[in-house]
Design a protein around this ligand. Sequence first.
Ligand SMILES: Nc1ncnc2c1ncn2[C@@H]1O[C@H](COP(=O)(O)OP(=O)(O)OP(=O)(O)O)[C@@H](O)[C@H]1O
Length: 316
Amino acid sequence: MGHAVRIDGLTKSFGQVRAVNSLSFTAEPGRVTGFLGPNGSGKTTTLAMTLGLVRPDSGTATIGGVAYRDLERPGLTVGASFSADFHAAHTGRAHLDIARRAIGVPAPRVDEVLELVGMSDAADRKTGGYSLGMRQRLALGAALLGDPEVILLDEPINGLDPEGIRWIRVLLRHLASSGKTVLLSSHLLSEVQQTVDDVVVIRRGEIAFTGTLAELQRGNGERTVLVAAADQAGLGHALVAAGAQVHGVRGDTMRVTGIEPDTVGVIALAAAIPLIHLSIEEGGLEQSFLDLIDGVDSHHGGSAVDQPPLSEGAHS
Ligand SMILES: Nc1ncnc2c1ncn2[C@@H]1O[C@H](COP(=O)(O)OP(=O)(O)OP(=O)(O)O)[C@@H](O)[C@H]1O
């Protein structure tokens, strides 16, 4: 039985600063949801309200339909990692041992978790000497102590090396595939795009986009197709005739917008022009994301996920 995290109309101001404004989205069980936005866009405040650490001005955050403070065993239902700061004089093991006592988990779970996050060898060193990547692993371990249904992670990938990023990707995907709800924040789409299924983009405390990663990719219609063909000029003409925009050649490759890659293939076939290369421009997704957080007009990607309607940033 999964626990969705449902954010409904959440609003919070700190003095004059409206940190979170009428925010609504759902993180579904069995999926990894990326909660994305630039620094200061309200991600941490939203996660803190979800955990009952910050009281919203209005709106609700529920976990499996229940507010965090009303959960029967919150520590066993929700695991969260907020900051990778620890008592420097404690060992990693001591940190996990204190955390597991707080939520009532048996002692052997500490070693299991250390193993799970790849920290067994460093467990008896003081956290003050840990690298940022090691602290991130320990923070994730603490979040997983209670084998929770819901895992909320604030910037968990920040500071991990490429091997660490691959590792956390596999771990989070594994947790989601076992039915857990994984919600992780990041200010970098590129950091999480291989890890997430669903994307919630916020900007100045408001939703800029909710949908699947694929929908985000299609979202702004500016996806650039890279194509090389045996007869480049001939294919260029055929693509323009089909309504695409050809933006010139970089190396041997034409950059084309306004058309899907599979349609490019169909047109090449119809024109009997062999294709040498067909791909989507790297960074196209990142550009969609940057457009969203810069406030360029954007569209809701689609309805594959039952999400509340997109509220476009009303003010600039
Ligand atoms: N306790 C607080 N008191 C005053 N202002 C706050 C407080 N917490 C957050 N804010 C403000 O609310 C806004 C949103 O901050 P928040 O930390 O939620 O953003 P974020 O998206 O998590 O950013 P980052 O990626 O930099 O952590 C910011 O303008 C921030 O300065």
